[in-house]
Design a protein around this ligand. Sequence first.
Ligand code: NAG
Ligand code: NAG
Ligand code: NAG
Ligand code: NAG
Ligand code: NAG
Ligand code: NAG
Ligand code: NAG
Length: 800
Amino acid sequence: MIFMSHIIPVTIMSRFLYFILLFSIVAQQVNGNGSVPVGASLTATNNGIPWLSPSGDFAFGFQQTQGKDAFLLAIWFDKIPEKTVVWYPKGGPMVPRGSKVKLTNGIGLVLSDPQGKAIWTSGSISDLAYGFMNDTGNFVVVDSNNRKMWESFSFPADTILPAQVMERAEELNSKISKTNFTTGRFTLILLPDGNLILRKRDILSGISYNTYYRSGTRNDSNTTISGLRFIFDETGYMYILRRNGQIFEVNRKDALPSRDYYQRATLDSDGVFTQYYYPKNPTGNTSWNVSWSLPKNICNSITGTSGSGACGLNAVCSLDGNLVNCECPHGFSLLDPNDPNGDCKPNFTPTCDEGYDRDQFDFIELNNIDWPGSDYVHVNPTNEESCKTFCLQDCFCAVAIYGDFQCWKKRLPLSNGKKDPSQVVKAFLKSRKGDIPHQTPSVILREQDNNQRSLIFVVVSTCVFIIFILAGVICVGFFRIYKKTTKYHHLISNKSVDTSLPRFTYQELVEATGGFKDELGKGAFGIVYKGVIGVKTMAVKKLERVLQDGEKEFQTEVNAIAKTHHKNLVQLLGYCNEGEQRLLIYEYMCNGTLAAFLFGEMRPSWNLRSCIVLGIAKGLSYLHEECSTQVIHCDIKPQNILLDDCYNAKISDFGLAKLLMMNQSRTSTGIRGTKGYVAPEWFRNTPVTTKVDVYSFGVLLLEIISCRKSVISESDYEGVAVLTDWAWDCYQDGRLEVFLENDIEALDDYKRLTTFVMVGLWCVQENPSLRPTMRKVIQMLEGVVEVIEPPCPFPFSVTN
Ligand SMILES: *[C@@H]1O[C@H](CO)[C@@H](O)[C@H](O)[C@H]1NC(C)=O
Ligand SMILES: *[C@@H]1O[C@H](CO)[C@@H](O)[C@H](O)[C@H]1NC(C)=O
Ligand SMILES: *[C@@H]1O[C@H](CO)[C@@H](O)[C@H](O)[C@H]1NC(C)=O
Ligand SMILES: *[C@@H]1O[C@H](CO)[C@@H](O)[C@H](O)[C@H]1NC(C)=O
Ligand SMILES: *[C@@H]1O[C@H](CO)[C@@H](O)[C@H](O)[C@H]1NC(C)=O
Ligand SMILES: *[C@@H]1O[C@H](CO)[C@@H](O)[C@H](O)[C@H]1NC(C)=O
Ligand SMILES: *[C@@H]1O[C@H](CO)[C@@H](O)[C@H](O)[C@H]1NC(C)=O
């Protein structure tokens, strides 16, 4: 169905496209031979002429997305009416009209927005001679010694083409959906150990799990048999070349002559790696035909207890020929209507409130559908009526599965759902009596309620907005003109104003910030604004929730903070204390937060990341052990680490706890800190010490190593331990390359990498007394002290 709806507009437009095609061929002949001179550029407009390969088969340029004023830098099959895209920069960044891509000596290929801000670059290339759009679909950039300095084939998106080779650690990532080029849920990667695998990844965190295909060509003891390259040859034959020159066949299909057919192999957004062909001289109606695919049945291939299976949570997977269908069962609807492979949300969730009344519920009956693995009770033997009764009595039970005199009770969310006619089972979905249709549906129905959709849209967009605010948090910074003062113990009451710290009037700050209009970010303690005092740009933090008549305390604390001096702490430069107004003034730091730096478009280098880790450790160690009064930060996370112009890490937001009436030894004020970074003892009745910071530092360290977020989403309490669990699993299995994915730079520095991971695992121990002090952490990170093997960090948690 989906294909047909595409074909109709395509045929209507084909004449029009034919003109463009003719024009393009003329343009290409005028241009010459596929070569692109240094200095050439393309602009994103409706009918821009792309850079064509000599034969005109492939084009490099901007593609406009359907009905939107957004463009994608891409390589595509130019002679096919669909203009099928085969390459785009990682993550598929969409750029507005007027954006440019330019080939510049010393800089390489640069994609920039209309304001000239670089969105993507190929990496710097000096002595650049020319670019070349090859007839193979490979765009190469060549230097004056005729060496290939960059090629699109080395940075594949979701597709490989005949003559393309994937080296170890290279990967294909699926798109979210047919029209959304953001990195999706599935990855094909030739692992550094030579194994070619397909696996699922979590969109929000980027964490991979659930491998559903393995070629098995990995290096165990016999190194010569491990896979070296994954090759898609000119005829469409796919194989893995082993180190010893032998071949492992991935597909066995008959070769198709490249003279007559275009071919591609794409990791589709449903997770199926599919090989397609298309005749070069089509007769009549034509579209891409499938010649081979892997796995054969994705609905059955993705198993395991983590993750949702091939489709989203609660969804049901079925195959219709080569097409994978993900559907929501009756009573559920898509969380994001634009993401058909995403999660399904229950329209109601069974709860165990006092009001649970079994008489209000009944079941919707579905045949041949099962969600293996989400059950918590298995009764054997029994009969269908009892099975339904068991579920009805139990407020936790959302679904009962009955088959072969056995009954399984399941709770939400359901995973690995699939429809399989060979399975003689019945699924009973618990539902409110009023919601059950008069005729029990024999097939699953997708809930299309529009109100529901717009509500979900509002919820999702609100979440996205909140996450955006949090991620962009606080581009804060500070002054440096601080005169050294004698170190007084800050608790010694000091009524007189410490003259070393400039005090500003509120009016001065209103002027400096232009009336508090340029907001840099929002933190736990208030909003940060950009301001200019004299010629210096600075960050002005307006404190909220300040003590009512805590004027003296404020003064004392400000003086105390002002006395902390360390190159890895953000320095306080001034303050304002006027009536209700309490403001702190810091130097403005242009490189923003570690969060933005770490989880942005490009992965920062391993060396830089290592320096940042040490900087944070030193700053924390100073707060814990070296400054006049011990300071527990309580909220170490990447949003609270700022980077100065030399990318030195600086800790911010410390020492403010007292200003906000928050007792550092825990009281009724409850848990401080941010989910995902909070040490387990906050939830237990044990004292809170500097070890809570060590825990948060451990989580942060694992994030810096892997460039992944520890928290999948703000609303997901389950996600908290994902990164630490995963780090432990990878470490225990001796497979750090999985934790690092394809970070060759870090993997080359294996000894230090292992040390860092071990230190991270020591820091996140559930038992605070096992965690090292920050001083010890520094010694271990620097290799001064040998790190011993960490134990499992979660001995108290249930493991599977
Ligand atoms: C392409 O043609 C230009 C002149 O039109 C020439 O300078 C260049 O060397 C040619 N490049 C290749 C790769 O043949
Ligand atoms: C274009 O591809 C062909 C075939 O793989 C190759 O021989 C040729 O060197 C390529 N041209 C450039 C400029 O890379
Ligand atoms: C693509 O999907 C991502 C993740 O679901 C979403 O944030 C983004 O807005 C989508 N882009 C478009 C153009 O729909
Ligand atoms: C290792 O591989 C080589 C080449 O495939 C083979 O000849 C040899 O017998 C293998 N050795 C072992 C121990 O499996
Ligand atoms: C294969 O494994 C051995 C031992 O595990 C390791 O020393 C060797 O470097 C590996 N070889 C390759 C090519 O990865
Ligand atoms: C192409 O296919 C569509 C739908 O299958 C059909 O309506 C149309 O007539 C076909 N066109 C040609 C030229 O065969
Ligand atoms: C695609 O496959 C179908 C069924 O095998 C076949 O009838 C059709 O001719 C094929 N199309 C092309 C373009 O090869």
